[in-house]
Ligand binder design. Structure first.
Ligand code: ATP
Length: 577
């Protein structure tokens, strides 16, 4: 497929706001791609080269792009820099310069999707001495063969700034529409996606043989999209909903999905990024488990060797900042509390019931006989009072609450279902904190002017419409130091316009990229004409007296609280009263 076709589709999608139109545009685009190109086409549509667990990041520095545009157009770097200042977008600069070249390309070769993808991959992978020149040359070569629209998107891609707002749900729908004309195949395609977290790979298999997608299998080292917990406000409601269940402490640490096959071990984070190098003591312990091939999940907590005390989530994640891994793994090692089994010795366990998964997990972990990996403590009960006592015991021990698990449920990949129900310490009238995406910020007024920061505009995720909707302006809960840090962080991702994929009726002083997730608490959820979360007619949901709790480094924007969860929390709040 020619890259010009992809660029033309990007141009159309950029002008499209509705999910249905976007789905139609994408399905027509996907129809043009064969088995060899569909994966590349999909990655490029999402502004990436591979799923996040492969750890291949696009995003060269702006300086490289400026050099490359100068080189291919024959103009001075200073002129390109001046234009960039005016336009605020190097993609637009490249678009203008493509029609305005001082020198003509000699090759006259047309760009194809495969060629652009391969060059971007080379740029992403080249490192070390001389790599800067290689990157500039590769980009300049592409620009030499590009028309104006192609040049705009090549530059945005290479900078990691495509931002068309195409989410996974829209791609899944589009693949189904491409094949059947409607969304009827979405569930089957999504199941395959949940088992490997790689939309490109799923699309490739689907295009090769649409029927075979039902037989898609788990492969170690392709992470499985994690199961998530629903909420209920009381022990009584939990027992009423799922009856006799297992109840486990909700440990506030780092979620890990561990894959082992033979001598190779990999650890994936909640966002499904590879984190193996950060946790040498866990890798060592997993090597000694009683299984050759296994995928299991657990929550890792740091503890202080001297006192034996567990560390808070904030202290535990210090480990993610690469330095001092060895030292930290000795001073405050991690202990992994295994809570679910997904795959064992070549067999998919996600379809097995929890009771059976837990039994096998216990067997494998106990065989390992090491202290670093243990199974979560649990009780089995059908009595609300007993559940409540266990909950209180967990709170007293410093845990966040409990998770009740339906003994008769399979592992629900990539979805929030009542197979797991969390009961947490309450936050005002709310049964839980809300994880919201920062979409803009305000400048300080009065006492806060000094820090130049007056609060965040935050949004929740509408997974049905694949877009973000605002829910609050968060102005308190920050220390003075935090305010300064947040302002610094956000000033780097400022946008001139509202980010694509965001619905908002309010306008902050600055818009930002949809990148950071923050945990927020509030007095209650109210109805408001100001915010677009779950808006019907003129009324949406909003937070009353919202306060910042922490930045959630372990979550990406699509893992933010959804509009449906907000509606549930709103209903629960009424019941609690
Ligand atoms: P929260 O913000 O409350 O941590 P979350 O949005 O990260 O929730 P949920 O799906 O609501 O995730 O809750 C499940 C999370 O709880 C898991 O991601 C896991 O990290 C954590 N967890 C802690 N202990 C357990 C346990 N025993 N079983 C399952 N998950 C557990």
């Amino acid at each position: 497929m020619l890259f010009s076709e992809l660029a033309r589709a990007f141009s159309e999608i950029e002008k499209t706001a509705g999910r249905l139109d976007m789905t139609d545009q994408l399905s027509s685009l996907f129809k043009k791609a064969d088995e060899k190109q569909i994966d590349k086409t999909i990655y490029l549509c999402q502004g990436t080269l591979a799923p996040s667990h492969m750890g291949i990041d696009l995003g060269v520095g702006e300086k490289f792009a400026i050099e490359a545009i100068a080189l291919s157009s024959g103009y001075e770097r200073k002129k390109i820099e001046r234009m960039y200042k005016e336009e605020g977008d190097l993609g637009l600069v490249a678009e203008k310069m493509a029609g305005n070249k001082r020198q003509m390309s000699l090759s006259g070769e047309k760009l194809t999707v495969a060629k652009v993808y391969d060059s971007l991959m080379k740029i992403a992978k080249s490192s070390g001495t001389g790599s800067q020149d290689v990157k500039i040359k590769l980009l300049a070569d592409m620009l030499n063969s590009a028309n104006a629209t192609e040049a705009k998107y090549v530059v945005r891609l290479v900078l990691g700034k495509l931002r068309l707002g195409i989410g996974d749900p829209t791609i899944l729908d589009s693949l189904s529409v491409m094949e059947s004309g409607d969304k009827s195949l979405r569930v089957k395609i999504e199941r395959a996606y949940n088992l490997c977290s790689d939309l490109g790979l799923v699309a490739k298999k689907f295009v090769a043989n649409p029927k075979a997608i039902e037989k898609f299998e788990i492969t170690p080292f392709s992470p499985i999209r994690p199961a998530l917990a629903e909420r209920l406000p009381t022990s009584e409601e939990i027992i009423e909903k799922i009856g006799k269940c297992a109840v486990e402490g909700k440990y506030d640490g780092l979620r890990m999905q561990v894959h082992k096959k033979g001598g190779r071990i990999e650890i994936f984070s909640r966002k499904l990024e590879v984190m193996t190098k950060m946790f040498p003591e866990i890798v060592q312990a997993v090597a000694g488990l009683g299984a050759k091939e296994i995928i299991f999940e657990g929550e890792a907590l740091g503890y202080e060797l001297k006192s034996g005390k567990y560390l808070s989530f904030q202290q535990t994640i210090q480990r993610k900042r690469k330095y001092g891994v060895e030292a930290m793994s000795k001073e405050s090692p991690l202990r992994l509390f295994a809570f679910d089994l997904l795959f064992l010795e070549g067999k998919d366990y996600t379809t097995e019931l929890y009771e059976k998964r837990r039994k096998e997990l216990e067997r494998v972990v106990k065989k390992g006989k090491n202290e670093t990996v243990a199974v979560t403590e649990q009780i089995i009960t059908e009595k609300p009072a007993e559940l409540e006592r266990f909950f209180q015991k967990c709170i007293a021990a410093g845990l966040e609450g409990v998770i009740a698990k339906d003994l008769g449920a399979p592992y629900v990949t990539g979805a929030r279902k009542f197979a797991w129900i969390k009961l947490k310490r309450s936050y005002g009238a709310l049964a839980d904190t809300i994880d919201a995406v920062v979409c803009g910020y305000y400048l300080g007024k009065g006492a806060r002017t000094e820090f130049d920061f007056g609060g965040l505009l935050v949004a929740v995720y509408n997974d049905e419409l694949d877009r973000f909707e605002t829910i609050a302006r968060v102005g308190s809960g920050f220390s003075e130091e935090e305010m300064g840090d947040v302002e610094k962080l956000l000033s780097k991702i400022k946008l001139k316009e509202k980010p694509k994929g965001l619905q908002s009726k309010v306008k902050p002083d600055f818009w930002t990229e949809l990148k950071y997730v923050v945990s927020v608490t509030a007095d209650e959820i109210t109805l408001s004409p100001m915010h677009t979360a779950g808006m019907v007619g003129e009324t949406g949901y909003a937070l009353r007296f919202p306060r910042m709790v922490a930045v959630r480094e372990d979550k990406g924007p699509k893992e933010a609280t959804t509009v449906n969860e907000i509606i549930e929390l709103f209903e629960m709040q009424k019941r609690k009263r």
